[in-house]
Ligand binder design. Structure first.
Ligand code: BES
Ligand code: MN
Ligand code: ZN
Length: 467
């Protein structure tokens, strides 16, 4: 269950062709010979960002390539190389150290293609020689985690229902000898997950709501406990507050948070981080049937807070309320949740920059710094207490559709989650978009892994540095 091109990074260098990283308006005659400079000139190759030019050898075969770095090389741009270079074995020239390693990982990420529904066999792909000394297996684990999240998001809702998410969770758990517990359908009521049940109960019998819980080395009570929580709405029709056609079109991606939690969980376990791990995924379909929950209903929640439903389209926070409450029962030291929670997040920061919410300044700093270091950015937004009253209800303890005056929909959604977040340890919430709407070479339109590499880097830093 992974579409990563596993051979995208290799350690053997024999027979590789050079990709020269060329700064804009840099000297082209430094590239070897006059013929190369003439070829570059004839193709108007100036070294601007992302410009690619393959070089012919005297025998008509490929001799190498030039790749534009603009004013300074952005390692992420190497994603485009994976999508555009001809098949064959390539090596990067003109970039070293951490930059070269970041570029190699970017190359692996750029090789992702979702062709599950295409008849034609995958064509041969370019491969890259990993820079000397790079931990290639570690990089491939990271790339595979991103590919898993993207593949889950890309897969249509018909083929990525609650059961398929459960199946993937079981595979991930069994790989690392972790435990899995699944609470499904009516059993959610008996086990006291009323909000997850209410949101998902309208789905067809085969697609009943469930809470999936993975536990890894929980007996190691000497280790800190990390909880990862994900929103797994396999399709968000809006429920009875039905979305319009345009707003519903991409809602197969509404399980992106679950995909991120599972993929990051797999990565944490594969990396053998010295932590105890709990992954909690609420997998539901926000469907429409006679059994749908309704505007005006009052739901109970695991925490005991009652929730007035103002809008059935604000469903993610409801399932997360129960999942976060469950996370708290493990008394975690650190909880991270991922959710395609609001359209307002995209209005605030656009599709590429996920809002990060946490009350813990140290955690925020670590996440932002990790995101910068691994080119997986986040932007901190406030859990602004002044908007808390936007969640006040006349009828219940809280309402799920914030009062219109507060406007900041991503902030008020985060404030809602805060009411249910674990009281132990620190908590961060990421309102991810999980989608790339702008196709570029190496960044196909479709599922996007966001904040996951940043979180992994933060966890690695936090828990290997002997804290
Ligand atoms: N899944 C959506 C949020 C979403 C929409 C994410 C578009 C990415 C792109 C979520 O369940 C939702 O519908 N949220 C509503 C909340 C509102 C009804 C309070 C929203 O953001 O409009
Ligand atoms: Mn919704
Ligand atoms: Zn949703």
């Amino acid at each position: 269950m992974s579409v990563l091109h596993p051979e995208s990074l290799v350690t053997r260098a024999a027979g590789s062709l050079p990709v020269h990283i060329v700064r804009k308006d840099g000297p082209l005659d430094g590239l070897g010979d006059a013929a190369t400079a003439a070829w570059a000139g004839a193709h108007d190759f100036t070294g601007k960002t992302g410009q690619l030019l393959v070089l012919p050898g005297g025998d008509g075969k490929l001799a190498g390539a030039l790749f534009g770095a603009g004013d300074s090389f952005d390692p992420s741009s190497a994603r485009g190389l994976a999508a555009r270079l001809p098949a064959g074995l390539w090596r990067l020239e003109g970039v070293n150290g951490a930059e070269a390693e970041a570029a190699a990982l970017a190359f692996a990420l750029g090789g992702y293609r979702f062709d599950r529904y295409r008849a034609r066999p995958a064509e041969a792909r370019p491969q890259l020689v990993a820079p000397k000394g790079m931990d290639v297996p570690a990089a491939l684990r990271i790339a595979a985690a991103c590919a898993l999240a993207r593949e889950m998001v890309d897969t249509p809702a018909a083929d990525m229902g609650p059961l398929q998410i459960e199946t993937i969770a079981r595979e991930i758990a069994s790989e690392s000898k972790a435990s899995v517990a699944v609470t499904e359908g009516e059993a959610l009521l008996e086990a006291n997950y009323p909000a997850i049940h209410a949101v998902g109960r309208a789905a067809s019998p085969a697609r009943q709501p469930r809470l999936i819980e993975i536990g890894w080395q929980l007996d190691r009570t000497d280790l800190p406990l990390v909880a990862l929580v994900g929103k797994g709405v396999v399709f968000d029709s809006g429920g009875l507050n039905i979305k319009g056609g345009a707003g519903m079109r991409n809602m197969k991606k509404d399980m992106g948070g679950a995909a991120h939690a599972l993929a990051l969980g797999r990565l944490v376990m594969q990396s053998k981080l010295p932590v105890r791990l709990v992954v909690l995924v609420a997998a539901v379909e926000n469907a429409i049937s006679a059994d749908s929950f309704r505007p005006g209903d009052v739901l109970n929640s695991r925490k005991g807070l009652t929730i007035e439903i103002g809008n059935t389209d604000a469903e993610g926070r409801l399932i997360l309320a129960d999942a976060l409450c469950r996370a708290g029962e493990h008394r975690p030291d650190l909880t991270l949740d991922f959710a395609t929670l609001t359209g307002a997040a995209r209005i605030a920061l656009g599709p590429d920059l996920p809002p990060l919410y946490t009350d813990d300044d140290a955690l925020a700093a670590e996440l932002l710094e990790a995101g910068r270091a691994v080119h997986d950015p986040l932007w901190r937004m406030p859990l602004w207490p002044g908007y808390r009253t936007a969640l006040d209800s006349e009828l219940a303890d809280v309402r799920n559709d914030p009062a219109a005056w507060a406007q900041a929909g991503s902030v008020t959604a985060a404030l809602f989650l805060q009411r249910f977040a674990p009281e132990t340890g620190v908590w961060a919430h990421m309102d991810i978009f999980a989608w790339n709407p702008r196709a570029r070479p190496g960044w196909p339109e479709g599922g996007a892994a966001q904040a996951m590499r940043a979180c992994h880097a933060m966890l690695t830093q936090r828990y290997s540095a002997g804290r």
